[in-house]
Design a protein. Structure first.
Length: 49
């Protein structure tokens, strides 16, 4: 039961992170720091997990 709660919390945290990442990502940020944009993209699509 505790495991299910942990999974739910992890999903909620990931959703919050996705929302923040999308709101923070701007075209100017992409030009200034393409690596950061790449890392955010990897996190959004769950690569490397």
């Amino acid at each position: 039961m505790a495991n299910a709660a942990r999974v739910t919390a992890a999903r909620r945290a990931r959703t919050e992170f996705e929302r923040m990442s999308l709101s923070l990502q701007t075209s100017s940020e992409s030009e200034i720091n393409p690596f950061l944009t790449f890392v955010k993209g990897q996190a959004l699509f769950g690569a490397g997990t």
